[in-house]
Every structure is written in structure tokens, then in C-alpha cells.
Design a protein around this ligand. Structure first.
Ligand code: MSP
Length: 598
């Protein structure tokens, strides 16, 4: 018996076990579906080939997964492949990665999607400028972007490229459905067109002197026939929805911006096509091959095309894209968070919800909007050379130093400003002298005075550690990453102060103070362990290094590589005080953030 996904390649992940209880539950589920599978075997037509086996295995996993809870589904914007990744791209992906890791650390199953937006005029033009076919151009650059995702240690579960058949076929299926449902119409439009922004401009976009902002690039007068999507009818519905769901667009001031826009403008219908004669690097409209799909309609759909490729039940059932051959499937949609930059808010908060409504699909739970980075107070721009090369920074200072700076410096919402001096100063003060110094001196003293053996438990710093853990947990649930780091660093500062107050180096000289020294050393060592747990979503490499130096091998408890979930010893629950046992021997201390001459 074969279970077909007809055109949608399956990429099932193994069943995950966020905690013991879930693991047991999974085993029961698996047994259940295995029994079911056996039943199907008897009813089979006797065919017993390899394909059927593979399909059955996929079915078993998918069914088990579909019975399980919905996964926490987080996405980023998909980046244009018309250049190399820069600081802005890196920031957004790191923010999403920290949120994904936090939810895993809190014991949830997570699906994190990122990827590339490969169609459209910008890409076509860039390819032509390099004398390459758009596909070759995209393939070459995609390799760099994938390597970049690895460099940032992103824990994405999939990487979409909009030129992949799984995405293109899905976009065409949606377009056909919406067209059949009468959501599109064709009309001739004449106006001013910006190729750079791939959009028609209106009178409102003109400067008082009649010119257009140089940011639009060359603006030409065009008259062309295109397909349009009926947006206008849904304007009041969207206003009501946003008003009723305050957390739908965050932060609040971005939500107010969207409401202001919707209340003060009449929504024009959205042009969803481009004539193929002018732009052929796109997905052909299934009902009119003289046109390709407008790049935004194509790009936004990635948020559902990939879940569909993983067999998402909601999407498949509501869109009725396939005969109901597949009983199982991932449970991803609706997305829990779309992380995007402020410049693409209208596409996500106005067009996307209306597109979803037209498809009868539920809306994402949240659109989380971050600000833009500048460097030295000016716009980041390749042409003026005002850039930050994330790869160069990471190679010189280490990934966690880069992740720390962008997350600690900029809250999710406002714009930020990168300065090399600011970066060096945070590295020195907060990483090298703060966290690094605490871990290094705590473990070195334990090594020197107690031969690296953890003394009896003591709880002098347990209240401080519990406060940091509680606050961090609560802040992470609200995506307050910067505030969570501040809270963690209060614990770093408290522990460093504790060293100064208790002066273990003096206690070590007085045999009568041996018990007191034991207490101090336990408190410091255990604080280092708690810090590693709290830091894992932000600075995963550092957390693992601290564990290694503590002689706790996080790999022992079996990290789930496929889901990038942390091993249980590094999950949030492990932040509770007193898990380090007396008699345990730590590993070798080494500087986490070597001091640099700056
Ligand atoms: N391809 C579209 C997004 C489609 S999503 C369905 C796009 N691509 S982009 O490469 O121009 O931008 C990708 C993301 O990077 C966007 O969220 C954008 O806001 C973000 N950033 C680009 N430059 C940035 C900064 N200087 N600072 C912070 N983020 C910025 O738009």
C-alpha cells in the first residue's frame, strides 16, 4: 500500500521527546500507529516493495506527529538573493533562532523556517549583470546563504528556496483555487513603475516638486494589463481583527501604524502578476501563461507551502489540495510568530492576512516587527561602503560575541546603531570581564583549592539564581530578549560581587575557614551551571563550553540533533538550584572570551 503526497516531497522528522512524559506518550502513540500499520499490511494488495516500506514509515511518523500537539512554528522573512548577507539579515535570523531555541528549552516542539526569495526583477537584473542565467545565479548565491545560516548556528528545521518545485507547485495550486473562487480579475493599469521596488507608485509617493524619491530608482511610465486580487472588500474586517487581537502585531506602535494606515486609506486591489514579456523570472500563472506571479504573492506563500510539504493537516484539509490519502502530517499552521523587519510590515500585516482569509486559512498568531540597523549613525549601504560584515566579525571575535552584541544592544522594535567601539566595549566589559571572568575564576579556584571536586551543597546564591531564571523564563515567553539578557547579567554581576565580598583567595589561606570556602566554591560553581542553562538559547556555544569546563557533558543526555533541542541538562527546567552534586569532578577551566588588546 502506498501513501502518496502527490507532488509534495515528504521530509518527516523523527518523533521528538521534549521531556520524559512526552517521550512516553510518543512511544504509546508509535505503538498505536504500528498496530494500525500492521492492520493496513493485511489489507494490502500484497505488494511489498521498498517504496511501500518508505511510504509506510513516513505515514507512521506523520500519523504519530499529527496526533501530537501543534508545534511552535516560527518563520523569518526570506531574503532576496541579489547579494551577500549583511548585518540586518543576520540580526533577524538570530532573533528568530533565540526564540526558537527558547521554546525548545522550555520543552516545546518547534519548527523554525527561514530561506530565500529567489524570483523577481531584482534577481533577474542582478543575474543579467553577471552574465548568468537567473537559476545559476541563485544556485551559486544560495550556497553562500546556506553557509551563512550554518555560521550563525541557526537551528532552522528547513530552508525554503522559492525556486524549489515544492514551493512553485503549491503557489500555482493556490492561484488556481483563488482564481476559480473568483478572487482575481484582469484590468489595464497605467502609472509610474519603480523596477527597484517592483511596484507601481501613486500620486502619494511623489515629492511636492513632482519627482519621486531616489530610493525608488528609475521610475518609468507604464501601461499594462495584469491580474488583480480583490483586497478592498476585506478592509473593515482587517481593522476589526487587529483591534480585537492586540498581540497580532507587535510591538504596539507598529500595530498602531497599521491601524492608522488602514483607517486613513482606501485599500487598492493588489496586482498579483507581471507580464512575462517584461519579467519572466517568476512562477507562471497557472491560468494564463503570459504572466508570472508577482514576487510578493509568491514569497509570502512560503510560510504555508513548506508546512504543506511537511504534510500540515490544517493547510491540506482547508485547501483540499490532495485527495485525502494522507492521514497524518505535521501540525504547524497557523504560525506562532513571523519575525520581519519594519519595511515589510504592510505586506505581512495587510496583504498576507487578506490572502489567508481568501484561502479560508487561520491567521498567524503574531507578526513580530524589528527595527533596522545603521552603522555609525548612517544607513548601511554597499555603495557607500558603510557596512558591517558579520562573517568578518565572527571570524575575529567568535559567533557568540556577535550574537551577544546584536541581541544585547538592540531591543526588538526600535532602530539600532552598530559602532565598532560599542562592540569592543561590550565584549570587554560584559563578556570577557563579566561572564568570562566569573566562570574562569570560579572554576580555577575550585581546581586549585579543592582539586576540582564539587563540595557539599550550599544555597547562598540560590535566591539570586532563581530570580534570574524566573525572570528570564517570563521575558523569553514575551520575546523580550534584550531584557532577558539584562536579567541574566544581573546574576553575573551578583556572583562576581560575591567573589569580591567573600574573598575565597583569603579564605584559602586560613584552614579554620575551610567550611566557608566550601560554601563559597559551591555557590560559584553552581551559579556557573545555572548561567549556562539560561544562556543556551542566546549563546549556545558558550553554554556548551561552560558545561564542558564543569565536566558535564551535555551530549551524554542525547541531544536531539534533528530538532536542535537542547539536551535535558541544558533545558530551562535544569536551571533550578542544586543540581550539581558534591563529589563531582569538574573539567579544565579555560578563558571563554580571551581578552584582546583594544
Ligand atoms: N524578500 C523580501 C521578504 C519576503 S518575506 C515573505 C525582503 N528581503 S530582504 O532581503 O530585502 O530583507 C529581508 C529581511 O531583512 C527583512 O525583514 C528586512 O527588514 C531585513 N533587513 C534588511 N536590512 C536591514 C537592516 N539594515 N537592519 C535590520 N533588518 C533589515 O524584504
Amino acid at each position: 500500500m502506498r501513501f502518496l503526497l502527490a507532488g509534495f516531497p515528504l521530509q518527516p522528522k523523527p518523533i521528538l521527546a521534549p521531556n520524559r512524559f512526552t517521550a512516553i506518550k510518543n512511544h504509546i502513540l508509535l505503538l498505536l500507529v504500528l498496530v494500525l500499520e500492521k492492520k493496513f499490511d493485511y489489507e494490502d494488495d500484497g505488494e511489498d516493495d521498498k517504496n511501500a516500506e518508505i511510504a509506510n514509515a513516513a505515514f507512521v511518523r506523520q500519523t504519530a506527529r499529527s496526533i501530537m500537539n501543534k508545534q511552535f512554528y516560527i518563520t523569518t522573512a526570506i531574503d532576496y538573493v541579489n547579494g551577500q548577507p549583511h548585518l540586518g539579515h543576520a540580526y533577524e535570523k538570530i532573533v528568530a533562532d533565540v526564540i526558537a531555541r527558547s521554546h525548545r528549552s522550555l520543552g516545546q516542539e518547534v519548527f523554525f523556517l527561514t530561506g530565500l526569495d529567489e524570483h523577481g526583477q531584482k534577481v533577474q537584473q542582478a543575474a543579467i549583470a553577471e552574465g548568468k542565467s537567473p537559476q545559476t545565479y541563485c544556485d551559486e548565491l544560495a550556497a553562500d546563504w546556506l553557509a551563512f545560516a550554518k555560521k550563525l548556528q541557526l537551528t532552522n528545521d528547513d530552508f525554503v528556496r522559492t525556486t524549489q518545485p515544492r514551493h512553485k507547485e503549491f503557489v500555482q495550486a493556490i492561484l488556481s483555487k483563488l482564481n476559480d473562487a473568483g478572487q482575481f480579475y484582469k484590468k489595464t493599469y497605467s502609472g509610474f513603475y519603480s523596477a527597484k521596488e517592483e511596484t507601481f507608485l501613486t500620486e502619494k509617493d511623489r515629492n511636492p516638486d513632482g519627482t519621486f524619491d531616489p530610493g525608488y530608482g528609475e521610475v518609468v511610465e507604464l501601461q499594462e494589463e495584469n491580474y488583480y486580487f480583490k483586497l478592498g472588500a476585506h478592509q473593515q474586517w482587517l481593522i476589526d481583527y487587529i483591534e480585537k487581537n492586540p498581540s497580532f502585531i507587535q510591538p504596539d506602535y507598529r500595530r498602531n501604524e497599521v491601524l492608522g494606515f488602514l483607517k486613513n486609506n482606501t485599500l487598492e486591489d493588489l496586482c498579483i502578476s507581471r507580464p512575462a514579456v517584461r519579467l519572466n523570472w517568476g512562477i507562471p500563472l497557472p491560468f494564463d501563461k503570459n504572466f508570472v506571479t508577482y514576487v510578493w504573492f509568491d514569497a509570502l506563500v512560503n510560510y504555508i507551502s513548506i508546512p504543506a510539504a511537511h504534510g500540515d493537516k490544517t493547510i491540506r484539509e482547508i485547501l483540499m489540495l490532495r485527495e485525502s490519502v494522507v492521514a497524518g502530517g505535521a501540525s504547524l499552521w497557523p504560525a506562532d510568530v513571523h519575525v520581519i523587519g519594519k519595511d515589510i510590515l504592510k505586506f505581512h500585516a495587510v496583504y498576507w492576512p487578506i490572502m489567508l482569509k481568501a484561502m479560508n486559512l487561520p491567521l498567524p498568531k503574531q507578526i513580530l516587527v524589528h527595527g533596522w540597523w545603521q552603522k555609525d549613525g548612517a544607513k548601511i549601504s554597499k555603495s557607500t561602503g558603510n557596512i558591517v560584515d558579520p562573517i568578518a566579525v565572527i571570524d575575529e571575535w567568535g559567533l557568540d560575541a556577535f550574537r551577544f552584541y546584536v541581541l544585547r544592544e538592540l531591543d526588538i522594535g526600535p532602530d539600532g546603531n552598530w559602532t565598532d567601539a560599542g562592540f569592543r566595549s561590550r565584549y570587554q566589559a560584559e563578556l570577557a570581564n563579566g561572564l568570562g571572568n566569573l566562570v574562569n575564576r570560579s572554576l580555577s579556584m575550585l581546581k586549585r583549592y579543592r582539586n576540582g571536586i564539587v563540595p557539599e551543597k550550599s544555597d547562598e546564591l540560590s535566591a539570586d539564581a532563581a530570580k534570574a531564571a524566573d525572570e528570564t523564563r517570563a521575558l523569553l515567553k514575551q520575546n523580550q530578549l534584550q531584557a532577558a539578557l539584562q536579567s541574566i547579567w544581573l546574576l553575573v554581576a551578583r556572583a562576581n560581587k560575591y567573589v569580591d565580598e567573600t574573598a575565597p583567595f583569603k579564605l584559602a589561606k586560613d584552614p579554620a575557614q575551610a567550611k566557608r570556602l566550601d560554601e563559597v566554591l559551591y555557590n560559584l560553581t553552581e551559579t556557573c551551571r545555572v548561567l549556562a542553562v539560561l544562556l543556551w538559547p542566546f549563546l549556545p556555544g558558550t553554554a556548551v563550553k561552560i558545561f564542558g569546563q564543569l565536566g558535564l557533558n551535555p551530549d551524554e543526555s542525547g541531544p536531539d540533533k534533528s530538532s536542535e533541542a537542547p539536551p535535558s541538562s541544558l533545558r530551562f527546567d535544569a536551571a533550578s538550584w542544586g543540581k550539581l552534586n558534591a563529589g563531582h569532578k569538574i573539567g579544565e577551566p579555560a578563558p571563554l572570551f580571551p581578552r584582546k588588546d583594544i
